[in-house]
Ligand binder design. Structure first.
Ligand code: GLR
Ligand code: MG
Length: 418
């Protein structure tokens, strides 16, 4: 199964004005779709970030993989590593530090996923079976709530409405739970002063008794603020995600608050694991195959977490169905991934590059696709439309901060902020 061609297609899809500590989502979210084609005519799919610098490196690395067997992932990793050299391509900061190793892992990931898709198709089995076999038939996801404006400035309101206070957040949770059946809730914080976000968590706790809650301010708080908020929210949070920047700060907070701390910011590559474990900075790691080097490498990280007593959840960024399928296969085959995973799927609101049918939500969980490989098919018409949107949208890299500053010129993404 020799790789003969690789097609790399950037796409754009509509994204609502979701607020976070870095600013606000722009009207278009970017992704890159990777198709790997073998000499036998099998095609595998991968999905990754769409920022221009990353896209350029994905294109360059694709050339370096032609002629390799789809099983030769160690050679692929070595070639990608040699091709990208010292380049780092991860700039928006919401997934933590940018390192050389993380950049290699980010570029390797879509190729590895596509090769697993091909290997599953060739063997007639779902990717989850290649990862050791599913331990759950459906993967639970959480309702991922965001403070948001009614719509993008100068556009009509979107169907999700305004959420700028606790009433808006509770209403948004009710909508997502009604439509998807989610059984746990994550609130993206770091947007308003912490007391407002405490009030929102209390309102959610009251409105949805017994539903596990998480709050993620993306390191917007000092150690002191994090400890105060953590203590005030005792009894309401399943975990508190990235309250403060850095492993030492997280360790100080972890020692002083009643709930576990989770991260997709202070532990984002292998070199972060030993100090985080030694200082007991985190209790939960949010895996993300897009920057942990694909599905097999993420499964290795899961095993390390098991060894060191860390629990697992899963992180997401704005994504499409190829990523959702990959996330679902990985989570289904990872026994110690026991927390509901994050997904931005509701915000993509039906837009997708995969044909409908293979992916659906039932009671907040995605049944593991049963077809061979990832179990999803590319919708070529949708791909063409989304590629045209990419060409026309005028955005080439995610920049939540500059977009926010167009409307609030004094906005600063400095963290910690409170
Ligand atoms: O858990 C997280 O930190 C994220 O999901 C990071 C994302 O970039 C999120 O903040 C977003 O989409 O604005
Ligand atoms: Mg997070």
């Amino acid at each position: 199964m020799i790789i003969r061609q690789i097609h790399v297609t950037p796409v754009a899809f509509r994204d609502p004005p979701l607020l976070n500590a870095a600013g606000v989502h722009e009207p278009w979210a970017l992704r890159t779709i990777v198709e790997v084609v073998t000499d036998e005519g099998l095609t595998g799919l991968g999905e990754t970030y769409g920022d221009l610098a990353h896209l350029g490196k994905v294109r360059e690395c694709a050339q370096a993989l032609i002629g390799l067997d789809v099983h030769a992932t160690n050679t692929m990793y070595a070639r990608i590593s040699a091709t990208i050299g010292e380049t780092v391509t991860d700039r928006h900061g919401l997934t933590g530090a940018t390192t050389k190793e993380k950049s290699i892992d980010r570029i390797f990931s879509p190729f590895e996923v596509a090769c697993l898709d091909i290997r599953g198709k060739a063997a007639g089995v779902p990717v989850a079976e290649l990862l050791g076999g599913r331990v759950r038939d459906a993967v639970p996801y959480s309702a991922y709530l965001f403070y948001k404006w009614a719509g993008h400035p100068s556009e009509d309101a979107d169907r999700f409405g305004t959420a700028l206070d606790e009433a808006g957040i509770v209403e948004q949770a009710a909508l997502l739970i009604k439509e998807y059946g989610f059984q746990s809730i994550k609130l993206k914080g770091g947007v308003f002063p912490p007391d407002q976000e405490i009030a929102a968590i209390r309102a959610l706790h009251e409105a949805f008794p017994g539903v596990p809650l998480r709050l993620d301010p993306n390191a917007a708080w000092t150690v002191e603020t994090s400890i105060r908020v953590g203590r005030e929210l005792e009894g309401t949070l399943q975990y508190l995600e990235d309250p403060t920047p850095g492993i030492p700060g997280m360790a100080e907070v972890a020692a002083a608050v009643p709930m576990p701390l989770a991260t997709n910011m202070c532990v984002v590559t292998h070199e972060h694991l030993p100090p985080a474990v030694a200082s007991r900075a985190i209790g939960v790691l949010l895996l993300d195959h897009h920057y942990w080097g694909g599905l097999v490498r993420s499964a290795h990280v899961a095993t390390l977490c098991d060894t060191f007593g860390l629990a697992l959840s899963m992180h997401s960024n704005s994504h499409l169905g190829i990523s959702l399928a990959a996330m679902t296969h990985l989570a289904a085959a990872t026994p110690n991934l026991t927390f509901a995973c994050d997904t931005h799927t509701p915000w993509q609101d039906g837009q997708d590059v995969v044909a409908p049918g293979a992916l659906r939500f039932a009671d907040g969980a995605v049944p593991v696709p049963t077809g061979p490989g990832l179990g999803v098919e590319l919708d070529r018409d949708a791909l063409a439309v989304m590629h045209e949107q990419y060409e026309k949208c005028g955005i080439s890299a995610r920049d939540d901060t500059s977009y926010m500053q167009r409307f609030e010129p004094t906005f600063s993404a400095r963290r910690p902020r409170w």
